[in-house]
Design a protein around this ligand. Sequence first.
Ligand code: DGT
Ligand code: CA
Ligand code: CA
Ligand code: ZN
Length: 573
Amino acid sequence: MINGEIASAFNRIADLMEISGESGFRVNSYRRAARTIKAHAEDLAVVAAEGRLTTLDGVGKSSAERIVEFVETGTIGALAALQETLPAALPDLLRIQGLGPKKIAVLHSELGIGGVDDLKAAIEAGAVAGLAGFGVQSVKRISEGISFLEKSGGRTPLGIAWPIAVAMAESLRGWPGVTRVEIAGSLRRGAETIGDVDLLCACDEADPVMEAFVSQENVQRVLAKGSTKSSVTVAIGNGRELQVDLRVVPAGSFGAALQYFTGSKEHNVRVRELAVKRNLKLNEYGLFDGDVQIGGETEAEIYESLGLSCFPPEIREDRGEFDVDVTPSLITIDDIRGDLHMHTVASDGKGTIEEMARAAMERGYEYIAITDHSKSSVVAGGLSVERMKQHISDIRAADVRIHGIRILVGCECDILMDGSMDYPDDVLADCDVVVASIHTGMTGAKADPTDRLLRAIDNRYVTIIGHPTGRLINRRPAMDIDMGRVMSAAAASHTAMEINASWRRLDLKDLHVRQAIETGVMLTIDTDSHHMSQFDQMGYGIRTARRGWTTADHVLNTREITDVIDWIGQKRG
Ligand code: DGT
Ligand code: CA
Ligand code: CA
Ligand code: ZN
């Protein structure tokens, strides 16, 4: 589907127009078209081919022309033209929380700011506070946004990098003479963000493979092209690029190279030390006793020769993997029997109860919980108590009508500012599963998030704390939570904590997952799907769980439905 890319190009055009000082009708029409495009279920390439673009709400003749242009060429000339009129680094400011295009326009026109460095200098010099629309608080927020951006440092979220890498690896596998292609690096370790993608390849002849690699359709720039290593970038939207490295290695060294380039660096340092202790030499070509290669074709060979188990890539971080006698047998996606957090058209989802249930069945799930938003989540279409009661009976009816899957009644209930729940207890009691989440007041001193979570955990009907820290990767920092206290309370009260599998969140994150397990907290891994296709995100949640050393026992939704219901019942009493 090309729709997401087109919508983001349209939003980008609107942003750049606003930064250039334009406003009003033309900007709004791009935004309106972007919203329609993003929400449209059918592939726009098909709609364009059939000449039906202008039948879409908010898509006029000129938008339609730009869509056709994108479908045909993969770019929009008007976007490139706008980019040229602005300082190259100016649009980077859009990534700073608290800064929108209108404010950037002011910074540019009033102070001549052309990028993040200029802005930092201007803030320091006190030139920004006092500009129209910039109060002391808003400058403070912008400063915090800058330091957050600097920390995230241009890294790409797992969910953006993964499909690109898989597609590139797949296309190389189809090339003549290629015998093996694997993804290595942080991506193989399932890290939440990726600096660059590392691909390894074994083949008969390197040069044509390298040629094929740098000529792939999605390649933006070729940074280097050699016979053992090439690097390219691919566009990932909003003017950003992701670097992809391909290394060609001899078949007899493939395992050694895979081990080396999977990392992490910290893990590799420890492995190499263990080799040295045995008077062996380890590098990306193999394990050597003097000049004799004693391992390297497979990864397992290397680990086993050193008396180690072939660690799952996700735990190769030098976080204690060398110190345990037996490496735990980590959860896999096949252990998952259901998904306990998802939305439907009743709130802000795109699928009906039935569509979600059927999609879940196709994945072999035995149960799901439908958890639409509660009344205070107004922008997300949260349900009033009346509508929720109707929704509950709709879900029950769907469960009776649809065979082959159990559909649990649930809700994603807002945790209000004072930590109370957005629905009264009698509504929650009618739900089989209650996901309780904070959606408002995450920043600012109005309410302490630890207290809010503790009070929610205290409610006997709350089953799962949804996306516990509220972070959005590269976009919004985690709430400042005393995790130790929250987890102890969750463990003591039979409340589960979620690993939200959406790649935008991955919340809990790996280190928190590990802490939860050590505290005895039950976990769930849920996709928070707003569309049938988003069930795919389960894989990212599984990787995060594995990075936190999770086994199937630690996760509620690996259990059979009767055991899930029993477990929930224990808290309710
Ligand atoms: P990233 O790309 O920042 O998300 O993280 P990685 O882990 O993919 O790091 P990258 O791409 O710089 O290198 C890939 C792997 O290659 C890394 O995990 C371990 C290995 N490697 C690279 N440079 C060194 C090094 O100087 N020493 C050791 N021991 N290993 C290295
Ligand atoms: Ca990398
Ligand atoms: Ca690399
Ligand atoms: Zn939520």
